[in-house]
Design a protein around this ligand. Structure first.
Ligand code: RIB
Length: 306
């Protein structure tokens, strides 16, 4: 079975449920505080594993309870953790997340151990990358090492799915080395410097991203679905309407699903249709990793909506 390797972050999410987000200087009373394992990299890896892909994770946790929780969880999910490093220098990363009554979220991530992952660790991972059918990346590791990882994958001719989140400037030259780039509308705007307020503008911005040299742009548009731009043209693959409980990790599960379908040789449109279903199921449950669906759940959902 082709292997999907995720190079990225582990983050323990502290999720406060509130009626309305507090304004600057305001204190509000929340409804609940829950702790869930998350982090864009970890979410993407578990998403692909639950869908039946052979997966490996590359990243770093602290030598603390949260790090241990991640290692045990990944073992239960059947994920290869041979290149998950443990550092004494920093704790496992933590995120403060607020979710309001409209299911919108605000997230602050403290990178901690994720930013300790560097050149020294990355040099030990080349064999694992060579054995991968596809690599998924996000931008929650140190910016310098993120660029280095993309360059290595390009040199080894291993396709990269780059989820440019959280949004940050990255040179067109490095972006062009990624095979698939999967921004949301805000990230697409930041990467291209173009507005994404209308469908026409999103099409134009995706075209600019394509001109950097990526094979395909898959821009996630929330409940509207996703825009695909590649050599065959630009089109929107519609999403599914579901009751939204918590959108955390929806983009991550979409990326894990997309990569899984790519390694199976599905067409990009088929892959995006499937990933839309996975994203829809993710927003209908609470938490990051706890909300990620299994392959059986996705199949039942697609069948019920056919
Ligand atoms: O994409 C969602 C993730 O972003 C959360 O799990 C949080 O940890 C942040 O990294």
């Amino acid at each position: 079975m082709p292997k999907i390797t995720v190079v990225g972050s582990f983050v323990m999410d502290m999720v406060a449920s509130v009626e309305e987000f507090p304004l600057a200087g305001q204190t509000v009373l929340g409804r609940s505080l829950r702790v869930y394992p998350g982090g864009k990299g970890a979410n993407q890896c578990v998403a692909a594993a639950r869908l039946g892909a052979q997966t490996a994770m590359i990243g770093m946790v602290g030598s603390d309870g949260n790090g241990k929780t991640f290692l045990e969880l990944f073992q239960e999910e059947g994920i290869d953790c041979a290149n998950v490093f443990v550092t004494e220098k920093e704790p496992t990363a933590i995120a403060q997340i607020q979710i309001n009554a409209a299911a919108e979220n605000k997230i602050v991530v403290i990178p901690s151990a994720n930013f300790v992952f560097g050149e020294r660790e990355w040099r030990q991972c080349e064999k694992a990358i060579k054995e991968s059918a596809v690599v998924i990346m996000q931008m929650e590791l140190n910016p310098g090492i993120t660029e280095e990882i993309i360059r290595t994958c390009a040199r080894l001719s291993v396709p990269v799915v780059l989820n440019p989140a959280p949004a940050r400037n990255i040179s067109g030259e490095v972006l062009g080395l990624a095979t698939y780039v999967t921004p949301n509308e805000t990230e697409l705007e930041l990467l291209t410097g173009m507005p994404t307020d209308t469908e026409e503008n999103i099409y134009k911005a995706a075209g600019k991203l394509l001109s950097f040299g990526v094979r395909a742009v898959v821009a996630t548009l929330g409940k509207r679905g996703a825009l695909v731009a590649d050599a065959h043209g630009k089109r929107i693959i519609p999403g599914y309407t579901v009751k939204v409980v918590d959108t955390v990790a929806a983009g991550d599960s979409f990326n894990g699903a997309l990569a899984k379908c790519i390694t199976e040789g599905k067409s990009l449109d088929e892959a995006v249709r499937y990933a839309n279903a996975v994203g829809a199921l993710t927003v209908s449950k609470q938490g990051a990793i706890p909300s990620l669906p299994t392959a059986a759940e996705v199949e039942a959902f697609i069948k019920a909506r056919a």
